[in-house]
Design a protein around this ligand. Structure first.
Ligand code: AMP
Length: 218
């Protein structure tokens, strides 16, 4: 039987965290818990939490620690996470949240915190080349040789660059990530719990690096 795992994954936007979290979630048979996804769902459903979070999210700020810790505690209490574990993506974002997570995890602590590392200039390049079909959401990578207007192969819709993938917006998000995450990286490093995994390479190769690193800790 494949053992479960309790993981925290950190990484810049464009580091491939989304892709790898899905694969890790299948591999270890654990839920992929993204606090960003949970908040976006709350915004869509216009719950009390969603209404409160929307403005903060739009400005790139952070939702309060107490609320976030409560949200994650509730999710981690569910049977799937209790029996097999979980992959936390987007949480913790602050040292207070990290301490809260340790408390919530109790006698089933996190196995390892992974920093999926891709240098800033490389993620900038990756994100700048990202294009998406406005109608069906299929993702593409621009090479600069595409015929314009660019038509989606899947549905015939227009292939565009997302507004938040424009270089100014991406730089702002990366600055915020660094500002918010640097203290967390320091915190986990000083506790000897952080493992840095190189996120550059083919997805299969990066996945193998991740499972090798995790295998040493679970
Ligand atoms: P993400 O998809 O992880 O980039 O999250 C999108 C937005 O949701 C962030 O910019 C924050 O405003 C909010 N958010 C997600 N996770 C957290 C968290 N752990 N603490 C505070 N705010 C969060």
């Amino acid at each position: 039987m494949i053992p479960g795992a309790r993981l925290v994954i950190l990484g810049r936007q464009g580091a491939g965290k989304g892709t790898q979290c899905v694969r890790l979630s299948r591999h270890y048979v654990v839920p992929h818990i993204s606090t960003g996804d949970m908040l976006r769902a709350a915004v869509r459903e216009q719950t009390e939490l969603g209404l409160m979070a929307k403005e903060i999210m739009d400005s790139g700020g952070l939702v309060g620690d107490e609320i976030m810790i409560g949200l994650v505690a509730e999710r981690l209490d569910r049977a799937d996470a209790q029996t097999r574990g979980y992959i936390l993506d987007g949480f913790p974002r602050t040292v207070t949240q990290a301490d809260g997570l340790d408390e919530v995890a109790g006698d089933k602590p996190i196995d390892v915190v992974i920093d999926l590392y891709v240098a800033r200039d490389v993620v900038l390049q990756r994100i700048s080349a990202r294009r998406v079909c406005r109608d069906c959401g299929t993702n593409y990578t621009a090479t600069g040789t595409e015929r314009q207007p660019w038509i989606c192969e899947v549905c015939g819709g227009d292939v565009m660059q997302r507004a938040d993938d424009h270089p100014d917006a991406v730089n702002r998000r990366l600055d915020l990530y660094e500002e918010q995450t640097a203290p967390l990286i320091e915190h986990y490093t000083s506790q000897g719990r952080l493992v840095v995994v190189d996120g550059v390479g083919a997805p299969d190769e990066v996945f193998r690096r991740l499972t090798d690193a995790i295998g040493k800790r679970v």
